[in-house]
Structure formats: C-alpha cells, structure tokens
Design a protein around this ligand. Structure first.
Ligand code: FE2
Length: 455
C-alpha cells in the first residue's frame, strides 16, 4: 500500500508533520552528545521485550489499536542502570515497531507518527518522574506511589491523546467519540500496566534481566484479555446489527431503516450534549426499537390499508413485546425502558403508558423524532418520501404535541449544519439482491402469474 502524506487532508498533514518533527528534534536533543557509558546489552534486552509486547496489537473500534508495550516502556524509564531519558526514548522509537510497519502495510507517515507517539509518551513519563523528584529503586513507598501514578498518567495521557487525535483526523469521527469508544474500557488495564512496568524494572535490576523477562507471561495474558474484549464488542454489535436488519425485513422497510434511525438518533443525542455511554445506548435502542414487531402477525404488519381498531390495538403492543424480548439479556436490558417508551407522545397521548414530557426516557423521545424523520424522508412500500423540507415542517408542526421540542430543535440544527444528505452514508454493505421490501413492492404493482390465469 502506498499512500502519500501530501494526498491526505490538511489537518492530518499538519498533525503528522508537527508531531514527527518535534519528536525528531527531541531525539537529537537528548542523543547529542551521546551519554558517556551505555550498557548496549541492556538496551537491546528492553528493545526485544518491547518488540514482543508490541506484536499483534488489539484493534479497537474507530481505528485505534492497543498493545501491552507500555509495561516494558515504563520499566525502561525506571531502570536506573540505563542512561535516561536517552535509552528509554530510543527503546520507544525502535521497540514499538510492529510487523505491519516492517512489511510496509502502513504508509510511512503512519509508521513515523506511531513511533513519535511512543517517544513523546515516554518523554512525558520521564518528566513526571523528574518532577516528582525521587530516585526509583528502593524508594519509600509513600514517595514512590505518587511518582508511579504521575509517570503512568503522563505516559497514558500523551499516548491516548495523540493516538485518538490521529484516528479522529483520519476517520473523520469526532475526537471525543474516538477517545471514549476506544479507551473507556481499557483505561484501567493500561493504568494497571504501569505498576507492572515498575516491578519489571525492580526485578530486572535486583535479580537480573532474565527475571525481568519473565514478566512477558502476565503481559501476554493481559494482551489476550484486551483481544477478548475487542472480540466480544464486535460480536455484540454485529449481532445487534444483524437482528435490526431482520426486523427491517419483516417490517417491510427497505434495508437500513433502523441503521439510519440509529445514526440520526446518535447524532441528535450528541448535538443535545448527552454523554457518550448514553449515546451508545440510544444508538443500540434505535437499532432494536421495533424488535417487538416480531410478535405482531404479518397479516397486520403488512396490511397496505388502514388498520381496523382491533388490529391497531394489537399493533400498539409492539413496544411491550420489544421490552420483554430485551429484558432477559443483561447486555440489552438497559435498552428495554427506551424501547418500551418509543411511541410515547410528548403531550401524554402516546402508548403504552401515556407518559408525558420528561417522564419519557430521553432516548425514547429522540428515537420517536428520528424514526419519524427517517420514515418521512425515505420511500416505503406503499408511499414515497415526502422530502426533507416537508419532513422538518411536519416535525415542527407537531413539536410539543407528539415530539419533544428540544429534540426537534437539535435535529433541525444538525441538519442545517450537515445538510439533508448527512445520514445517507452507512457502514452496511451495498445490497445486490432484491430485498423483501422491493419484492413486495413489485408484486403489489404487477399482477402475479396465478392472478393472470385466474381471469
Ligand atoms: Fe415502533
């Protein structure tokens, strides 16, 4: 793969150039003149340990990857037998190389930026050690603990800010979103690697380098647990997405209806300033909001004409069915109250409980507006979209009655900022077969073969 930096967006070019030039300057500054005595074998040992720990990174959502190399890098920072910060900086620059860098699977600027990230993180850790001002080995625990904490925090913050900034600029996803989605769950794990790094340095110093190397076992176990976290998350989101497409198919929507509702709801929630964990919950609930329709007969679900009162009564049960489908699963249970309330109207005239205003969970209020907007702006089986302008007009007309005015305002602002086509781009693959919805549409328009013979 050959991607040149000058073909990249300006923000990425500025970020990469600024960070790599700064790092190169700092490396030269700390390497000239060379420290008087360097234990080359010791430096190579830490480089090798770091290389092993850097291998096979765990890929987290939104383009960030994590490895357990912070432990040996912190260990090098605390190893008093090394010339510091000279040796730890070079261990960070060389030891964090991965196979994909050597094989050229990453563009060169990516490889340089990643090295720079580690060098700057290690330097931040070193300054934290210097400023907290205690010698590492044999220090009083009362003095050592804050020093360890400061070094770990400085290292982790610089590392995560730089990694998230690059991923955000590259993928176009807001910085805060990358930061939260990627690091919220592994933050504790990364902080736990810092004391292990210090212990590695202590053992390597007092028992011998070979004993420090034994720490590779718990380190690789930690890596394994990160990879299990990433796999579980993928599996969960993949299953929810598959389920939501199954609901779309059964409901007669074109594929991707729930996906679009989910993206609109997520963006509106973010515009309203809700926290990232809540936004994620709302996005998931939006994907599954109509899951209760599984419990509604096809005869009613597919009926092209107006529903009779008794049929309507059955249809109006789908939020209750939905909540009870989600309830038994511990991962999906938090979505149940949102799904249960997704047809509650702002003025209390909705169903199933007739909740009013702020009694309705905010996620449900957002989904109601997003679902209505999506339905009005995309074609359905028996009618065509009414268009963006008229959709907004309708939402404004019914705000305070059916819709929460705050939510409608947020969607309005968002669409003014991003334009009407903002939610068309999806991660779902393009469909190359005739969907159930399209088939039904075709059959409804053309008489079938048996109909033709019947006459
Ligand atoms: Fe619904």
């Amino acid at each position: 793969m050959s991607v040149l930096l000058f073909q990249q967006p300006l923000r990425l070019r500025v970020l990469v150039l600024a960070v790599t030039v700064l790092t190169a300057a700092l490396l030269v500054f700390y390497s000239v003149p060379l420290p008087p005595s360097i234990d080359v074998g010791r430096v190579i040992f830490w480089i090798v340990v770091t290389l092993v720990a850097s291998g096979q990174p765990v890929y987290l959502p939104r383009g960030v990857n994590v490895s357990v190399n912070s432990a040996p890098l912190i260990a090098a920072l605390f190893d008093a037998a090394l010339p510091r910060p000279f040796a730890p900086l070079w261990i960070a620059a060389i030891g964090t190389l991965q196979l994909r860098d050597i094989r050229g699977e990453l563009p060169l600027y990516g490889t340089l930026y990643n090295r720079a990230t580690f060098v700057l993180s290690v330097l931040a850790g070193w300054y934290a050690i210097e400023w907290t001002g205690v010698g590492a080995s044999g220090a009083d625990p009362i003095e050592l603990l804050p020093q360890l904490f400061a070094a770990g925090l400085a290292y982790s913050l610089v590392n995560q800010i730089l990694a998230s900034a690059a991923a955000s600029v590259r993928t176009g996803i807001e910085f805060q979103r990358v930061w939260t989605a990627s690091f919220r769950q592994v933050w504790t794990g990364l902080i736990a690697l810092v004391p292990m790094g210090w212990l590695m340095a202590e053992v390597a110093g007092k028992v011998g380098l070979w004993a420090g190397g034994l720490f590779m076992v718990p380190l690789l176990l930690a890596r394994y647990s990160f990879s299990k976290y990433a796999e579980t998350r993928d599996l969960f989101f993949g299953s929810v997405s598959a389920l939501s497409q199954a609901i779309d198919a059964k409901d007669g929507f074109t594929r991707g209806h729930a996906d679009r509702v989910s993206r609109i709801a997520g963006a509106v929630a973010r515009e309203m300033g809700l926290s990232e964990p809540i936004i994620e919950q709302i996005e998931l609930a939006a994907l599954l909001h109509d899951i209760g329709k599984i419990g509604v007969e096809d005869r009613i679900l597919m009926k092209p004409t107006r529903l009779e009162p008794d049929e309507n009564e059955l249809m109006r049960r789908h939020p209750i069915y939905g909540a009870s489908i989600l309830e038994p699963s511990s991962a999906l249970r938090p979505l149940a109250p949102i799904v249960l309330a997704h047809h509650e109207n702002y003025d209390g005239t909705g169903y199933p409980n007739g909740l009013k205003g702020d009694e309705i969970p905010v996620g449900a209020r957002i989904i109601l507006v997003s679902d209505a907007y999506e339905a009005m702006t995309s074609d359905r089986i028996y009618r065509r979209a009414i268009g963006h302008e008229r959709a907004i007009e309708q939402l404004n007309k019914y705000k305070g009655i059916q819709f929460d005015p705050k939510v409608v305002r947020a969607l309005d602002t968002l669409l003014k900022k991003r334009g009407a086509a903002a939610f068309e781009v999806s991660d779902l693959p393009v469909i190359e077969y005739e969907t159930l919805a399209e088939l039904r549409q075709r059959l409804a328009q053309k008489p079938t073969l048996s109909d033709a013979h019947a006459g």
